[in-house]
Design a protein around this ligand. Structure first.
Ligand code: 13P
Length: 251
């Protein structure tokens, strides 16, 4: 059995006080949530304070991005080691907003992924097709490319620290959620890609989260699908009560 992984991606929202208030409200709402792993991913400036507020809770701290070096003359970047120092155990890599707005390509994302894992961070690695790619029938080829290039060079041991987040770009922030059937079809396809490349044991163990307009009222039907192993939640993770409802739907 794969333990569901439910993470909140706060994107570029929340000042420090708001981040701390949100997790302070969230903690009691999910304190007895067993059988589910919970992560919140604030913006960099709020990481340390949020981590302090989470101390002793069942909620882990994650970042949204990192750069594949320890230290150096890389103005504006932040390293996995710095994220660990701030209290993170997870980071997101490869979000479609990074791919689209910051032109991060498969090779660079693969470098980040391998670097972060080598430093001891766990990674939610995002993949997903655009609406145009879906409508033109390119979806499977896109997912295959993102998996084969993105996960290239990973060892079996590396997969202990990897979750895949399937986030169809057309469902992100649009209010249009993939139907449970669409999500399951994509997740099953991705698991098949993992099986073909990395073998049955890894394919069965790796969690595949769904992301894209997940809300308290659609979480239960999505998580009921056999290959949906949790969520990466944007907008609905910004409020403690709606994120807690999604966590509780996944337990
Ligand atoms: P929404 O839940 O706001 O659609 O965002 C999804 C997402 O991008 C999570 O990483």
């Amino acid at each position: 059995m794969r333990t569901p992984l439910v993470a909140g991606n706060w994107k570029m929202y929340k000042l420090i006080a708001d981040a701390v208030d949100t997790v302070t409200a969230l903690k009691p709402l999910v304190a007895d949530a067993e059988g589910v792993e919970i992560v919140v991913c604030p913006t960099f400036t709020a990481l340390y304070a949020t981590g302090q507020a989470l101390a002793g809770s069942n909620i882990a701290l994650g970042a949204q991005n990192c750069y594949p070096k320890d230290f150096g003359a890389f103005t504006g970047e932040i390293s996995p080691q710095m994220l660990l120092d701030a209290g993170c155990t997870w980071t997101i890599i490869g979000h479609s907003e990074r791919r689209q707005y910051f032109k991060e390509d498969d090779a660079f994302l693969n470098e980040k992924l391998r670097y972060a894992l080598a430093q001891g961070l766990k990674v939610m690695f995002c993949i997903g097709e655009t609406l145009d790619e879906r409508q033109t029938g390119a979806m499977n080829a896109v997912l295959e490319r993102q998996i084969s290039k993105g996960l290239a060079g990973l060892s079996a041991a590396d997969f202990a620290g990897v979750a895949i987040a399937y986030e169809p770009v057309w469902a992100i922030g649009t209010g249009i959620t993939a139907t449970p059937e669409q999500a399951e079809e994509a997740h099953e396809f991705v698991r098949g890609l993992l099986r073909a490349r990395f073998g049955q044991a890894i394919a069965e163990a790796v969690r595949i989260q769904y992301g894209g307009s997940v809300k308290p009222d659609n979480a239960a039907e999505l998580i009921a699908k056999p290959n949906v192993d949790g969520f990466l939640v944007g907008g609905a993770s910004l409020k403690a009560d709606s994120f807690a409802a999604i966590v509780n739907a996944a337990r």
